[in-house]
Design a protein around this ligand. Structure first.
Ligand SMILES: Nc1ncnc2c1ncn2[C@@H]1O[C@H](COP(=O)(O)OP(=O)(O)O)[C@@H](O)[C@H]1O
Ligand SMILES: O=C(O)C1=C[C@@H](OP(=O)(O)O)[C@@H](O)[C@H](O)C1
Ligand SMILES: [Mg+2]
Length: 179
């Protein structure tokens, strides 16, 4: 049976996966993991450095390894990177091993939330708005296909988003709290 003790957050850069994920895990007494942080821990270098030395393809290989390992755990909240859903093996692991929540927000909000952050190599471009739009065009259908729930984080605080997620699950009769 599908593992319902894990929660996986998917969605675009700046939607709040890392921020909401940490709060959600704390509220539910679950372990929190972030795939980008785990890649950095394993390699000892930053995400932008991996993109620089190994290209996006190299980063995706590392990301898939980490997602295969982390989705094998039980009782965790996992904040994924925005592009992790591109790889079919990640789609399979995410769908099979936990509840998947799509954190959704407008490109405008994504831009506002990421503009001062230099840690997203895909946004180091002349026109980050256009880049975010292009990425979303490809990825939004995949996020929707994979999601058990969609939660808007553009119009509400991270705390409210956490409340929404917890309410949705408690209503659905799913037991999420760690024993
Ligand atoms: N619901 C929210 N409302 C306002 N700001 C938010 C919200 N969620 C996240 N942020 C802010 O947006 C930025 C990016 O959030 P982050 O959690 O890193 O997104 P992601 O992991 O999806 O790329 C952070 O500075 C964070 O504080
Ligand atoms: O959208 C993407 O392809 C990426 C999103 C980033 O994570 P966040 O979604 O947490 O910003 C990070 O994995 C990397 O910079 C690539
Ligand atoms: Mg993140």
């Amino acid at each position: 049976m599908r593992n319902r003790r894990n929660i996986f957050l998917i969605g675009p850069m700046g939607a709040g996966k890392t921020t909401v994920g940490r709060l959600l895990a704390r509220a539910l007494g679950l372990e929190f993991w972030d795939s980008d942080k785990e890649i950095e821990r394993r390699t000892g270098v930053t995400v932008p450095m991996i993109f620089e030395y190994e290209g996006e393809a190299g980063f995706r290989r590392r990301e898939s390894e980490v997602i295969a390992d982390l989705t094998g755990k039980e009782g965790i909240v996992l904040a994924t990177g925005g592009g992790s859903v591109l790889m079919p093996e990640n789609q399979e692991h995410l769908a099979a091993r936990g509840l998947v929540i799509y954190l959704q927000c407008s490109v405008q909000k994504q831009l506002e939330r990421t503009q001062k952050d230099i840690n997203r190599p895909l946004l180091r471009t002349e026109n980050p708005r256009q880049r975010l739009e292009e990425l979303l065009r490809v990825r939004d259908p995949i996020y929707r296909e994979l999601a058990d729930y969609i939660v808007d984080t553009g119009q509400q605080s991270s705390r409210n988003a956490v409340r929404r997620i917890i309410n949705a699950y408690e209503k659905s009769g799913t037991r999420l709290r760690a024993e």
